[in-house]
Design a protein around this ligand. Sequence first.
Ligand code: ADP
Ligand code: ZN
Length: 438
Amino acid sequence: MDLKVKNDCCAADFMPVGELRAVQLSRLQKIVEHAYNNVEFFRNRMNENGVKPSDIKALEDIQKLPFSKKIDLRDTYPFGLCAVPMSEVVRLHASSGTTGKPIVVAYTKEDLDVWAEVMKRGLAGAGLSEKDIIQIAYGYGLFTGGLGAHYGSEALGATVVPASVGNTQRQVMLMRDFGVTGVCCTPSYFMHLIEQAKLAGIDMRDLPVRVGIFGAEPWSQGMREQLESGSGIEAFDIYGLSEIIGPGVAIECTEHQGMHVFEDHFYPEIIDPDTGEVLPDGEQGELVLTTLSKYAMPMIRYRTRDLTRIIAEPCKCGRTIRRIDRISARSDDMFIIRGVNVFPSQIESALLTVPGVTANYLIILTTEKGMDNIEVNVEMSPEAFSDQVKVLESLQRNITKAVESVIGLRIRVKLVAPQTIARSEGKAKRVLDQRIKG
Ligand code: ADP
Ligand code: ZN
């Protein structure tokens, strides 16, 4: 791969592997020392495990370090994991709190530069440049999505439309009137934008928009197909989490075969979630990330609870940074029904294999006669929405069969009319748990 032809900002994506590992090791040594010296929590944990910063002599030595978890952020709320004085902290964010109490994260000026750099590299890898007009329809605020995508797009030199979420009709109008070519938002919100455009008589496929950067929630291949065919864009999966930096930890390139991790800044490992054992590249498990260059709140071996695998084989695009597979599930989202572990993403994948079904669905868990019960409400596409009972019945049967064969449980499927399931502007809420507890 000829580095000269690559945009300068992305050179690190193509670094020879030996060089990359050397960068990682020297950054790891520095950050571990920084965390040990400045964060009581990390110092105590390392002492308990009998490991000192000077024990990190090779990258593999990372395995000697203890894990950290979300609970550690909660226990030290708000600033217990800060490794620099507050005078050096220039920004705070908090997780959107999809699961429980929010957690707080802090950034130095340099941390923000790293964040803008990785986002910029990601957007450039998705084919965006200073010639593009990018609409940011992630929420702006404590949630990292909006500002993360914003500063990355600005760093790229693109024209930024900071639309934030909401006012969907106006979003569509801005896209059309400004000639927006790239959009960053959650995949479920983009689905909503496509529908709203249609209602306003606008076919998104006729607009200049050509790239969608979608993340912050899991989405299936079926959803990708619906988004792309409904809008004519090329959809890119982007992954990130507040604890590590926000969006921009990993993103697809134009090959769409997994997401490249910006591993010169975020060191990935996969572990067996039950035993904590490190698994070889290629095996599915829990993603663990270490921030190699974040100084306000370094995270050492942070257990993300996201399930995926590392793809170490070279990518056709020539990037040497490794990839992770689509996040197959978030362990927080899992629910247990009649003793069986089920992830909403499994249900979504099964649903969307059936023609005429949209990615608007809601899983409702109830208790009936003391038993857990699962009902999936599914919106049909307006085209499939038909009065013919026979057609509907057969659609319902097909959906039931598709889902049951994946999760191995009997379910009830209810077909609902287009536009009846509540739309979300941020992360979609897919499960309504109305079970009687206790
Ligand atoms: P919260 O934990 O409150 O949702 P964040 O906004 O930081 O806080 O969300 C990070 C989480 O969102 C990740 O740990 C992951 O579970 C999910 N996520 C982010 N991007 C993706 C993606 N592209 N695919 C699947 N899940 C994602
Ligand atoms: Zn690639």
